[in-house]
Design a protein around this ligand. Structure first.
Ligand code: CMP
Length: 142
């Protein structure tokens, strides 16, 4: 199993984590679990309960809503934050486009991280708002 220090290297490259201290990154590294998904695997299914938050370290995923593709994401990007922030079902489906490696944080660790780091919470909020502005239709009522 890789040492947490290699997770720290990955975490450091995530733009929203760039201002966290080495100590904070080490703390997160101890909580994450590495997950590897083969191409075509549905990582998150729209409508399911939200259990985890994912940071991509390798590979690419597609985000889609009711069969409409929203966008793809790659290393340094994250997904799965919305259902954990709002305590609501998953808003979209996320599928591995190729073999994809992620670091996963479970709900309670993710929420604790945001509570302990208000600057990080604000940066994440900015990303979420951008996402919703780009594709508001994906989040409209039925
Ligand atoms: P969540 O709702 O937990 O699960 C599906 C994820 O897809 C969601 O969190 C976001 O990470 C991502 N997602 C949903 N809608 C968009 C969007 N409009 N733009 C980018 N990513 C999105």
């Amino acid at each position: 199993m890789p040492e947490p220090v290699s997770y720290v290297d990955h975490l450091r490259k995530v733009p929203i984590f760039s201002k966290l201290s080495a100590k904070e990154l080490e703390h997160i590294a101890r909580s994450v679990k590495e997950r590897v998904y083969e191409s075509g695997t549905v990582i998150i299914k729209e409508g399911d309960p939200g259990l985890g938050f994912f940071l991509i370290t390798e590979g690419r995923v597609d985000v889609s809503h009711r069969d409409h593709r929203i966008r793809d994401m790659g290393p340094g990007e994250f997904f799965g934050e919305m259902a954990l922030m709002e305590e609501a079902p998953r808003s979209a489906t996320v599928t591995a486009k190729e073999r994809t490696r992620c670091l996963q944080l479970v709900r309670w660790d993710f929420r604790a991280l945001l509570k302990e780091n208000p600057d990080l919470a604000v940066r994440m909020l900015e990303v979420v708002v951008q996402r919703l502005r780009e594709h508001p239709a994906a989040h409209a009522e039925p």
